[in-house]
Write a protein that binds this ligand. Sequence first.
Ligand code: C2E
Ligand code: MG
Ligand code: MG
Ligand code: MG
Length: 288
Amino acid sequence: RAKSAGGNRSELADPEADARAITRHGLTTALPTALERGEFFIEYQPLVHLGDGSVRGAEALVRWLHPQHGVLGPDRFIPLAEHTGLIVPLGRWVLEESIRQARAWRERHGEDAAAGPLRINVNLSPCQLSHPGLVQDTVDILERAGVAPDALCLEVTESALIGADDDLLKPLHRFAEMGVDIALDDFGTGYSNLANLRRLPVRILKLDRSFTRGMQQFPADPVDLKIVEGIVSLAHSLDLAVTVEGVETGAQAEQLRILGCDTAQGWYYARPGPPERLHDLALVDATG
Ligand code: C2E
Ligand code: MG
Ligand code: MG
Ligand code: MG
């Protein structure tokens, strides 16, 4: 572990651990100014309809262009932001920026574009859910941007909702009432309490990449196939749509389409990228 994290550097454990701790500390203290200085940016990854291959929307994935360390992925700083509470203003910024982007896409394509209306998926951390201003902030952002609530999908991880009390579920119900879709992210990695699904206002299951990994080879892992088949049939019987993440090959995409998954996301279609890339993708699909 120390080796893979440290590359060719000394394998002495202590300096490595120190360096990591310093970096973590340094990143944590730099977070608030990073937001003020506009060092965060968003990459978008298309969500593709498995039936007809059209781009239906995109997931917003935040990155930090750190002045010394370069581009940092969310796994490096989201946990720190959650720990310090900065996730609330950062998450609000992500919502604002990506909803503004959704508006720009809509203006470009029009509501009746052949590719279908572009929807925007935004990840929510549990800290944001327990923040009392979340629903009103989101309503304000949508209104200011002139974007309808049904163009927005909020992704919440299954683990964030485990044992969630009613206070945490209340904002989710309010979102659902106003037409914002809720997706259960990384489904299958947590305890997957299927009975729990019934009390959650969730419309979409996002099947974790660990399930699609077994389908990269041919023939696909038969156990993975059975599991995905079962989850899809359960989801559909509960009126939930299934999105699969981590689709890296055409064979996987085909397999998942046959299994009845609705939407897919992954490197096979596109890596996360700047918003202009989605213009091109959506236009290609809209014109055939
Ligand atoms: P996630 O929501 O499950 O997002 C999917 C992750 O899988 C992204 O990693 C994406 O780049 C990666 N991915 C997509 N397609 C493929 C593929 O075909 N193969 C492989 N190997 N990976 C693929 P990323 O961008 O590093 O984001 C990691 C996590 O950080 C996200 O997982 C999400 O939980 C969190 N995150 C990202 N943006 C935000 C945000 O604005 N707010 C919050 N609270 N969390 C965020
Ligand atoms: Mg997500
Ligand atoms: Mg996910
Ligand atoms: Mg994930």
